[in-house]
Design a protein around this ligand. Structure first.
Ligand SMILES: Cc1cc2nc3c(=O)[nH]c(=O)nc-3n(C[C@H](O)[C@H](O)[C@H](O)COP(=O)(O)OP(=O)(O)OC[C@H]3O[C@@H](n4cnc5c(N)ncnc54)[C@H](O)[C@@H]3O)c2cc1C
Length: 486
């Protein structure tokens, strides 16, 4: 095989699609341990489906100690999402992806904060972002009548006294990454790639000639086998750490992962669903990791609209929803033990936050929802389990070990193996992550591939925010193709 992709999630689907576009003669195989692709984090209900473009998530633009706000990180996340939008638009145009509403829908992105300090911060953030071309159209209001038009559930029966404010960007999106994953794999199969489900990769070994031997076992019949490949991508989600460790590459030394699960409150009550057409993010509670910021979201999955609130953190030692109870212990090696202990010592507020979350029963969870939606009733909301996030812990020369909330691609020195650790901003930036991986792992081919990459992603290699007219045109074009509000 030229390429083995381990794991049937959005990351392997995106890389496989890019490679099949750029090098149609390469033999690609995908191994997925479950009975279908897209059943772990990429499944629609295992994530929040936010098309993360930093339009509403405050953690991409925190207030500095001196009170200033720097939009650089927010702009960079938005640029990454624009690459995804362009890629998906091209695939819709080429008939690779189905009608856009099957995987992406408009959902205005809002931020809602309460208290004088947060209102002042949100205003500052709005003033900084409103000057940036990729955030054109952002609106701010501290007027209950305006916010009531944007998201009535936030305002109904809200008690007077605490100041509040909101921002809104109409061009936000809700993405069904599960549907997208399926469509991308269906297309890969049509192009001749093999997508094998019920096959678990058990280990990866380097062969004397520098290629890789992948050892696998079928879940049905438990028959073992091996496949040799020139290039391996470990897109195994939470289990990527195990497989990268088994490959013996020194680059994985010092890494560990910490699993944090999640739960959502979900309602399909038509009276509630009809009143909420937005994704509303707020501030994280003290100690909460950035991806645990609460949000009240419109979701469109399989043509059905619902409203979701969360996440509430849960704990399980498994690195995947369908992982093993031994996962957390099995990752321990002499090289990552101290970094992991240091993370535990240095993050007491995270531990306190997690314990607090675990102690919340259904009624307490609906109480949290009431800070967004004062009229929420316990009986309208059911609790559903989301996916597992395996957060990266890594060696740090100064602190010994740090907990990291982003994603990280770990690549072997010769570029013949790479894997993805971490989960945020995740699926939304799959295209940008995989473009980076292509550059690192295929330095001899990348310049030859550039013309096709520019056809698929016109802003490839350039930024949009620095070119206001191009940014406006690109946003409008992708909105039209993807049937989105621009
Ligand atoms: C609660 C939550 C909310 C999130 N919200 C958002 C959001 O709003 N927006 C966003 O953009 N991102 C979000 N994310 C992140 C996003 O879901 C992930 O970044 C993304 O889905 C990861 O895709 P993946 O392909 O790496 O992993 P996965 O989708 O987990 O796929 C990995 C696959 O590998 C398979 N596998 C594992 N080990 C093996 C093996 N040994 N052999 C064969 N197959 C194997 C698994 O079965 C699985 O199918 C969220 C994640 C969570 C958990």
């Amino acid at each position: 095989m030229d390429v083995v992709l381990i794991g049937g999630g959005i990351m392997s689907a995106t890389l496989g699609t890019l490679l099949s576009e750029l090098q149609p003669d390469w033999k690609i195989v995908v191994y997925e341990r479950l009975e279908d692709v897209g059943l772990e984090s990429s499944n629609a209900w295992n994530n929040a489906g936010t098309g993360h473009a930093a339009l509403c998530e405050l953690n991409y633009m925190p207030e500095g100690k001196d009170g200033t706000v720097d939009p650089a990180k927010a702009i960079s996340i938005n640029e990454q999402f624009q690459q995804s939008r362009q890629f998906w638009s091209s695939l819709v145009d080429e008939g690779v992806l189905d009608a856009p509403t099957t995987f992406i829908n408009s959902a205005p992105h809002m931020t809602f904060v309460q208290g004088e300090k947060d209102v002042a911060y949100l205003k500052k953030r709005y003033e900084a972002l409103s000057k940036e071309p990729l955030f054109a159209g952002i609106e701010f209001s501290d007027d209950s009548r305006v916010i009531n038009q944007w998201a009535p559930l936030l305002m109904q029966k809200r008690k007077a006294g605490v100041p509040f404010a909101a921002t809104r960007v109409a061009a936000g999106t809700d993405v069904d990454f599960g549907a997208l994953t399926h469509q991308l794999f269906d297309n890969l199969k049509e192009r001749g790639a093999e997508v094998v489900t019920n096959r678990e990769v058990r280990g990866i070994r380097r062969r004397p000639d520098g290629t890789w031997r992948i050892k696998w076992r079928n879940s049905i019949g438990r028959t073992p086998g091996t496949t040799d490949a020139r290039f391996v991508f470990v897109g195994a989600g939470g289990w990527a750490i195990k497989l990268l460790q088994s490959s013996g590459i020194p680059e994985i030394k010092g890494y560990g992962v910490f699993p944090i699960g999640g739960q959502w409150l979900k309602t399909t009550n038509p009276a509630i669903v009809a009143q909420h057409k937005a994704k509303v993010y707020s501030q994280a509670s003290v100690g909460a990791p950035p991806m645990s910021v609460p949000h009240l979201d419109t979701r469109v999955v399989d043509g059905e609209t619902s409203v979701l609130f969360g996440p509430f953190a849960t704990f399980s030692p498994k690195f995947l929803k369908n992982g093993r109870l031994t996962d957390i212990v099995a990752q321990v090696r002499p090289h990552n033990l101290w970094p992991m202990i240091k993370v535990a010592i240095d993050n007491p507020s995270l531990i306190t936050y997690l314990v607090g979350e675990l102690l919340k029963n259904h009624a307490k969870k609906v109480d949290s929802l009431r800070t967004f939606m004062p009229t929420a009733k316990d009986e309208d909301w059911e609790l559903i389990q989301a996916g597992q996030r395996a957060q990266v812990m890594k060696k740090d020369p100064k602190k010994g070990g740090v907990l990291q909330f982003g994603t990280e691609v770990v690549t072997g020195a010769d570029g013949s193996i790479a894997g993805l650790l971490g989960a945020s901003p995740g699926a939304s930036t799959a295209v940008s992550i995989m473009l980076g991986l292509l550059k690192t792992c295929f330095p001899d081919q990348i310049s030859e591939w550039e013309p096709r990459l520019r056809e698929l992603i016109p802003s490839y290699g350039e930024t949009l925010n620095t070119r206001p007219e191009v940014a406006e045109e690109t946003l409008a074009e992708t909105a039209e193709t993807l049937a989105l509000t621009s």
